[in-house]
Design a protein around this ligand. Sequence first.
Ligand SMILES: [Mn+2]
Length: 241
Amino acid sequence: MKKNIIGIAANQLYQNNQAFFDQQITYTPQGFIDGVHQAGGIPVVLPISDPESASDYVAAIDKLLLAGGQDVTPFLYEEEPHPKLGPTSIERDSFEMALIKEAIRQNKPIFTVCRGTQLLNVTLGGTLYQDLSQYPKWEVKHDMFPTVPNFGLHSITVKANSTLASLFGEQAKVNSYHHQAIKDLAESLVPIAWAPDGIIEAVESREKNTKILGVQWHPELTHKKDPMEQSLFDYFVQEFE
Ligand SMILES: [Mn+2]
């Protein structure tokens, strides 16, 4: 059986780094590579590129995976940068937005993680809290760093009868390493999991023919020890189409 080719949108190390002779480096966290391998897919890392090339990249893959990383550029949802905004990359945002639009146009499934889910929401017309201190009902610690991912957990409630509920059940615990979060959800998305303070922790497409699954936590950090987290990769690579 042909293996699915999973395009993983890469990050870029913009700061000079002596370990790489001050060259900029294209990379993705190893957990995404391993999770896709373990699920029986072929991971292919897509370097940040001209948005106009997104159609060619998407044509070359079966499914698209967006990883975590920088904060989303607030101008993309018409806000000025809040004082607590973290590092951003408009190059990465622009390319990944083009990848999302192309994947939807070419009818290829999308799985997004953390920042990827936030960017997905912005691409489809939603907005973000630039920092959770802007969220009036904030009462859960969502950035567990430096606690290691096995221990840095909060609860989620998963929508009954959703695909995510079939993988995680209706109550679960997930890691959490984000200080931004979905504010206004894009009209074409629906929430399928929430933290106890109401923050949206997972989304899918309202239109069932558009295959989108987004989570706010990091399955790539714990998938080797936690079969529940690996099940997200398995589902995305093998079944989501
Ligand atoms: Mn969280």
